[in-house]
Design a protein around this ligand. Structure first.
Ligand code: PGA
Length: 250
């Protein structure tokens, strides 16, 4: 299975900056063709740039995705964007239930499952994010929290072709703190077991790690069992860092 190296650009970029970043990524990818053999490359810009970024990636082997979608298919939902509209731009993925959406937009796991179901209907692959907060890990309840998020966020339509899980411990996102190799190994194996026991083809669902992944720690994290790629925030905004992470997966 190829590793999925996914850049979550969050609310960053501009037309000019996106062009520069993409051409930097494409140039470096051309220099290291082995990356495509081992990795699937994905960038997720803010939705307003999705069409342009998708057009600009044609021929580069880079796929595109959104950072959220509505669970409604269309209608009077000012400001919202339907999964079908995202698909219409040519994008193939959508990140759902990121901790920043759970925190700042009060998204619950049930809402995430509605969104994922809508994404699947539109033909998008859903990257469903889960992860415990720092105080939950301190209390030793991280597995309970992650299991509940997983089971409540996964719709009935989820399978290994249309769903990817991203384990992102909230305390590691954008903080420079990374979970230890052992913590990642044990949480990913717990997620794998939970998927196997509850979802058809759960043994083949890719599980990404996210949270301060960078060139210096990517090799170790990506070599960990049941780590099938990375969801990368800050480091995905620098072409050389993003590609160095992919290179570490080879
Ligand atoms: P980070 O973000 O790599 O900047 O920690 C990861 C994410 O939020 O997806």
């Amino acid at each position: 299975m190829k590793k999925l190296i996914a850049g979550n650009w969050k609310m960053n970029g501009s037309n000019g900056e996106n062009k520069q970043l993409l051409s930097g990524i494409a140039q470096l990818l051309e220099q290291i063709p082995a990356i495509h053999k081992h990795c699937e490359m994905l960038v997720c810009p803010p939705s307003v740039y999705l069409s342009d970024v998708t057009n600009a990636t044609k021929g580069t082997g880079i796929e595109t995705g959104a950072q959220d979608c509505s669970h409604h298919s269309n209608g009077a939902y000012t400001g919202d964007i339907a999964a079908t509209m995202i698909r219409d731009t040519g994008a193939s993925y959508v990140i759902l239930g990121h901790s920043e959406r759970r925190q700042y937009h009060d998204e619950t796991s049930t809402m995430v499952s509605w969104k994922a179901s809508s994404a699947h209907e539109a033909g998008l692959k859903a990257i469903i994010c889960v992860g415990e907060k720092e105080h939950e890990r301190e209390q030793g309840i991280e597995c309970e929290i992650v299991k509940e998020q997983l089971l409540d966020s996964l719709p009935d339509s989820a399978n290994a072709d249309n769903t990817i899980i991203a384990y992102e411990p909230v305390w590691a996102i954008g903080t420079g703190k990374t979970a230890s190799k052992d913590d990642v190994a044990s949480m990913h194996s717990f997620i794998r077991d939970t998927l196997k026991n509850n979802i058809a083809s759960g043994e083949n669902i890719r599980i990404l790690y996210g949270g301060s992944m960078k060139p210096e720690n990517a090799g170790e994290l990506l070599a960990t069992e049941n780590v099938d790629g990375g969801l990368i925030g800050g480091a995905s905004l620098k072409a050389d860092h993003f590609i160095a992470i992919a290179k570490a997966a080879i």
